[in-house]
Design a protein around this ligand. Structure first.
Ligand SMILES: [Zn+2]
Length: 158
């Protein structure tokens, strides 16, 4: 009889230790999940940094082509050394790095690869010169004021 009690007692101890061990493993699992959550939180903290690369502003928009009258030369080469692409290329103030994207409501997206003497920034108003096919087309669009934003590209050394 004593022996049976001893066997039951020892097997209960064994069960208890297994339960503790399972509990320990579960606890360890939770700790790992917490670590993952902390990691995700740290990642999401960095996101506003990217959003700060966006400037919401008013655009004072003009249009130009590769003619002598517009550029003083007619090779179509932009200030960054690349060939202008109609309705893609635009000139922006020097504060906007080359490669930045300009989003203009109603007109679309343009890539900054050019500069211009009159293309300046005054407060929250940015002059943008959009490169088009011909001088006639440039005249046709005239000057426009529109809202939008600039997605700043990291400066890459032009
Ligand atoms: Zn022109």
């Amino acid at each position: 009889m004593k022996r049976i009690i001893l066997i039951i007692a020892s097997s209960m101890c064994y069960l208890l230790s297994i339960m503790y061990f399972i509990d320990y493993l579960q606890h360890k699992g939770i700790q790992q999940e917490e670590t993952v959550e902390t990691f995700i939180m740290e990642e999401s903290i960095e996101e506003p940094k990217q959003q700060s690369n966006r400037i919401y502003c008013t655009f004072n928009i003009s249009f130009y082509d590769a003619c002598i009258e517009c550029c003083g030369k007619d090779d179509g080469i932009c200030a960054n050394g690349e060939l202008g692409i109609p309705w893609v290329t635009c000139a922006a103030p020097a504060s906007i790095p080359f490669g930045s994207t300009v989003h203009i409501e109603g007109l679309g997206d343009f890539i900054v690869t050019d500069r211009g003497g009159a293309i300046v920034q005054e407060g929250n108003e940015y002059c943008i010169d959009i490169y088009v096919n011909t001088h006639e087309e440039a005249l046709q669009y005239g000057r426009q004021y529109k809202e939008g934003y600039i997605e700043l590209e990291d400066y890459y050394g032009y």
